[in-house]
Design a protein around this ligand. Sequence first.
Ligand SMILES: Cc1cc2nc3c(=O)[nH]c(=O)nc-3n(C[C@H](O)[C@H](O)[C@H](O)COP(=O)(O)O)c2cc1C
Ligand code: SF4
Length: 408
Amino acid sequence: MTEEQRIVLRNADNIDPEKIEDYLQTGGYQGLEKARSMSRADLIAEIKKSNLRGRGGAAFNCGLKWSFVPADAKVTYVVCNFDEGEPGTYKDRIIVQKDPQQLLEGMAICGHAVNAKQGYIYCRGEYPYVVDLLNRAIDQARSKGVLGDFSIEVRMGGGAYVCGEESALIESIEGHRGEPRFKPPFPGVSGLWGKPTVVNNVETFANLPQIVLNGAEWFAAIGAPKYPGTKVLTLTGDVENRVFIEVPTTATLREVIFDFGGGVKNGSKFKAVQVGGTSGGFIPELLLDTSIDFDSMRSIGATLGTGAVFVMDETRDIVDIVRRIAEFFKDESCGKCNPCREGTFRCCEIMTRINKGKGTAQDIDNMTRLGKVMERVCLCGLGQASPSPILTTLQYFKHEYERKLLIS
Ligand SMILES: Cc1cc2nc3c(=O)[nH]c(=O)nc-3n(C[C@H](O)[C@H](O)[C@H](O)COP(=O)(O)O)c2cc1C
Ligand code: SF4
């Protein structure tokens, strides 16, 4: 059986998150000290070699992303994506609440690698109490002088899901309406106020101090070779233990749900699990032995995404759940591009019709075609990923749709 392995949560409940002294006693800021003794190029090479891949959804190689920042850029920025707007996801909040200094140290390590003097944490608007904690942590780090000439400020999001998309987030920090930008250029070349900017997720930054301290090989040897390390997961829905865990990426979904989650609530039968948040695919029982790493999840049409694990028991109405998700995407589409603005609206319309028992087989064909087009042509990940719950449930749970069509 897979055991929990804690890297980013190693200090959770062992230190007082309000006291920088506690963090320092656990070796805190030694990773930054070591990073600063390295050249920028060597530090980037080390992170690239560790194969740390982004924990915010797209799983891009972290060191490779940093290497896109021009070495001769005069002004650069580091931005931490703490928008965490995905329903059912709270892993970044836990990471920050349990150990805020670790995030600051990770950002400062990145600051050294890309020659940035300023960092911003873009925090979900619904977490005002975490903003206060972060500000107190920043004050303590400043007065201890551990951050050197690297400054960090917190910015609060306004509650739009799309603002988690890195270029919409940058627009939002700049004070504009949060809409994704056309890419290229990517933020590494032209980001905040047109300057090269690294945007990484909380969990990605939080891994950095231990990677620098213990070396790239140490990290690369943990979990799945192509997506090494651990992943913080949050278990929700019809599961006995609604907990957060940190496991090596070789753990399987079955282990996560049944060993750590204690199985389906009240001894009920398992029906499906949605991994990665609202845009994640729905996975049936026969695929539960798939490991949670990004590539294995993708191979079954699912996504690891944010690490949200939403379990559904046999009583759940899949079509109704997908209809609600379609409504969520229709509401959260920023409207900038046609395929998403119109597509999410049509998907919601068709799902509502089917759910009411008034849908036809033609509706299913139309929605499948529409979803496949949206995956390819929408401007940002919101529109591109929004058909995934529809397409995966049509793949694995089509009988539930057909049952509703039959009674029409
Ligand atoms: C609609 C949408 C919402 C997103 N929300 C988040 C979020 O809340 N947190 C996050 O880290 N990444 C989010 N992302 C992914 C970011 O665009 C970006 O890939 C990520 O912050 C990069 O960090 P990483 O490389 O460390 O994963 C979102 C993407 C999309 C398309
Ligand atoms: S895909 Fe949707 S959320 Fe993204 S830019 Fe287009 S309309 Fe906006």
